[in-house]
Design a binder for this molecule. Structure first.
Ligand code: HEM
Length: 281
């Protein structure tokens, strides 16, 4: 089995940490801290915790020069579709430090282990966006010119609002300005304009570790999912509630099709006070 790309430390770190039992204790504590941390716990709702904990123990064992085999996936491929943020990285390192401190691991060994983990940040956290090529820049400029043609749109007043339970808000009436809304809860947020009944969009706030947006034909694709059972939720604007299914991912390519047509109400819905809307202009 190909081993992950990292430099194994000299054997003595594994020994100095206290060998296999000490690594199991530290990783167990690390996983417990992640599971209790609001910033990252949602990431692991679909994970097989005992199996992933064993992978982690083997991983740390190998990184510290211990006599183990790591059977999990390569860091970059494993975390590729997760869009891990810097804040989540910081929370994870914090959990690891907390576990090392709890088990009185001396500072020199702590620093050595963290030094081995540190280079993984570039493989796990989403890489920064690359500078657009000359061709892409030309396209962006073209789009910007197009936008200025719609400049007069900015002079129109709007009143953006949502009555969705996941994040009700009312931005009030404004033109030519930006307003910010924070979405801190999972759910479907249907957004409308109280002044224009024919304007609508939906924002899907997702806390699951894996998610995908379908293309124009309704197709979706996950680049990397570990085999196992998952809960899949799918939603379209035609679906009143998300379709929920338990699926089994097997080794290799998996195909699944979901009928997400439903009885979502059509038409212009309600205004921001909950009253039925008139005919759109
Ligand atoms: C200290 C840095 C990290 C290391 C060494 C690490 C290592 C690992 C390992 C060994 C596994 C299991 C291997 C496998 O499933 O094949 C794993 C799984 C996972 N990691 Fe990381 N990881 C790190 C940071 C993070 C961060 C910052 C996040 C996001 C908050 C994250 C999210 C996940 C998730 C969600 C899984 C489970 C995947 C699944 O159940 O299929 N990891 N990680």
């Amino acid at each position: 089995m190909p081993q992950p790309a990292f430099d194994a430390k000299p054997k003595d770190l594994f020994t100095r940490l206290g060998g296999q039992p000490a690594i199991e204790a530290v990783v167990g504590e690390f996983v417990a801290r992640l599971a209790a941390d609001q910033r990252v716990k949602f990431r692991f709702v679909n994970s097989n915790i005992p199996a992933r904990t064993k992978d982690l123990v083997d991983f740390v064992c190998v990184v510290t020069g211990g006599p183990c085999q790591y059977g999990g996936r390569e860091m970059k491929i494993l975390h590729a579709s997760m869009h891990v943020t810097r804040e989540e990285w910081a929370a994870t390192v914090e959990a690891l430090v907390g576990a090392l401190v709890k088990f009185d691991v001396p500072e020199a060994e702590q620093a050595e282990l963290l030094g081995a983990i540190d280079p993984l940040e570039g493989q796990i956290v989403d890489p920064p966006a690359e500078r657009p090529s000359g061709k892409e820049l030309a396209k962006i400029e073209e789009a910007a010119v197009d936008l200025t043609r719609y400049g007069e749109q900015a002079e129109i007043y709007h009143n953006v609002f949502s009555r969705s339970a996941a994040r009700p808000f009312d931005l009030g009436i404004f033109k030519n300005a930006q307003r910010a809304v924070t979405f801190d809860r999972e759910g479907i947020v249907k957004v409308g304009c109280n002044l224009h009944a024919n304007m609508a969009t939906s924002i899907i706030v997702v806390a699951a570790p894996h998610y995908a947006v379908t293309d124009a034909k309704g197709a979706f694709r996950f680049r990397s999912l570990a085999p196992g059972a998952y809960t899949l939720r799918a939603w379209t604007e035609r679906t009143a509630e998300p379709v929920t299914r338990t699926i089994e991912i097997k080794e290799g390519t998996n195909e699944i099709s979901i009928d997400a047509d439903g009885e979502a109400p059509t038409g212009t819905g309600q205004d921001k006070f909950g009253a039925p809307r008139g005919t759109p202009p």
